[in-house]
Ligand binder design. Structure first.
Ligand code: X2X
Length: 339
């Protein structure tokens, strides 16, 4: 090797290992004008990260290499609580978060997670792409972050346990269940007379494995991609709530991005949301057979009984009061009367 070659070789190796250290998916190996960090809590095999990776490449291509859109999946940068602090301060540029967990910062954002509110996806997308979503995004925009128009998909949530199927609301009594960190989630499982514990998603697998909790609830896509089937046995198809991910940006960081590049990012984030919605729905609908093969035992309880339990516990009355008449009417415009 000549001196020149060796120098070049060392430079390439250094650049490659630096790239490997800075993020799992790096669209650009050479220096871009703007480097942006998107962090999230989901495994790399989840459709959110698969579509985000594709999106990062499109953003790099369409910006002609001016933007390096880096993805930090799977809680690499910390728990949801940590990442919420990071997006608020601008330590990260983008973050996807459940509207309910965002409720720790913007209480009104939790309204889309009211138990048994949306009967089907027609209602979900009409509401979230319509007035209800616009109302929530307006509230989020009063903070140091804002949400892009199109919410990303997580899915309808199902209860899993390590020791017994949930057939009726009575089976939820005293159940030691993990819930994400959110006032509405805790309130809902208290209304079911369960014993909910707030745990960030990054700790869920080990909390179930070590039996700190016996149960959790999530869409089926998470059971497979986060391998929760290894530490749970029963899946009860309660469909007790729909959940999504607002794609959040730090406002101050965003305002520093030139308008032409902002437009490229906005168009790609919203477009990726739409294909990701479809992917996640297909995965949630299609993965049951595979999960059964992995040993999970499914049952389909009567959802109406669970809804009645929330009604009689005063859950709807309480949250109607908290969200206020105007927001509640906006929700019921899409869902019909809830209580
Ligand atoms: O924490 C969860 O359970 C998850 C992955 O579904 C959310 O991000 C709300």
């Amino acid at each position: 090797m000549s001196t020149m070659d060796r120098r070049h070789f060392i430079k390439v190796v250094a650049a490659t290992s630096a790239a490997a250290a800075t993020g799992l998916y790096q669209a650009q190996a050479h220096a871009a004008e703007i480097t942006l960090k998107f962090a999230n809590n989901l495994p790399i095999s989840h459709p959110m990260n698969i579509r985000a990776k594709e999106m990062a490449q499109k953003i790099a291509d369409q910006s002609k290499g001016r933007i390096d859109f880096q993805i930090y999946p799977n809680n690499q940068l910390g728990t949801d609580s940590d990442m919420l602090s990071q997006i608020r301060s601008g330590a990260i540029d983008f973050f996807t978060l459940s509207p309910l967990i965002l409720g720790t910062l913007v209480p009104s954002a939790q309204i889309s997670g009211v138990g048994f509110a949306f009967k089907d996806y027609g209602q979900v997308w009409a509401a979230m792409d319509g007035d209800l979503g616009a109302h929530v995004r307006g509230q989020i925009a009063k903070t140091t972050v804002f949400a892009f128009d199109k919410i990303w998909e997580n899915g309808y949530r199902q209860i899993t346990t390590s020791n017994r199927p949930i057939n009726s609301p009575a089976d939820l009594k005293g159940l030691k269940i993990r819930v994400p960190t959110s006032p509405l989630w805790t309130s809902m499982f208290r209304a079911f007379d369960s014993s909910p514990t707030s745990i960030n998603f990054s700790e869920v697998y080990s909390a179930l494995q070590t039996k700190i909790v016996e149960a959790q609830e999530n869409p089926l896509a998470l059971l497979t991609t986060a391998k929760l089937y290894e530490v749970q046995k029963y899946v009860s198809m309660t469909n007790h709530m729909w959940d999504g991910f607002w794609f959040l940006a730090n406002k101050q960081k965003w305002d520093k991005i030139p308008k032409d590049l902002q437009d490229i990012i906005t168009a790609n984030v919203n477009a990726a949301a739409l294909v990701q919605r479809d992917d996640v729905k297909k995965l949630n609908d299609g993965v049951m057979v595979e999960l059964k093969q992995k040993g999970l035992v499914f049952n389909a309880p009567n959802n109406e009984q669970f809804r009645d339990k929330l009604r009689s516990a005063g859950f709807y009355t309480e949250w109607h009061k908290k969200f206020g008449d105007e927001a509640w009417a906006m929700l019921e415009k899409y869902t019909g009367k809830l209580a």
